[in-house]
Unconditional design. Structure first.
Length: 95
């Protein structure tokens, strides 16, 4: 992974976490554990940890409904030529 890609992953993780914090659902804690931008910078997957685990699928579905709003919000924050197409996935690394 290149230094540029590492920086993009880190920046995207922080900004997505800020967005989800501003648009959070009551009773659910969503943490962005990591973001992985593809080598061509066209797609990115952000991995989420959702607590309580019983509402993980519902929290993921709620986060995915916010993807369009997230892209619009990111356009004001990032001055990249084009934003990657974003997707969310549950982080199963700690389970």
């Amino acid at each position: 992974m290149s230094k540029r890609q590492d920086q993009a992953n880190s920046l995207l993780r922080d900004l997505v976490a800020d967005f989800l914090n501003e648009h959070k659902t009551l009773g659910t804690l969503i943490t962005v554990t990591r973001c992985e931008v593809a080598d061509n910078f066209k797609t990115a997957t952000c991995f989420l940890t959702i607590f309580p685990q019983t509402s993980a699928e519902g929290g993921l579905a709620q986060a995915k409904t916010q993807l369009h709003n997230l892209r619009e919000w990111l356009r004001d924050k990032i001055s990249w030529r084009s934003l990657p197409v974003l997707d969310f996935s549950l982080d199963k690394g700690d389970k």
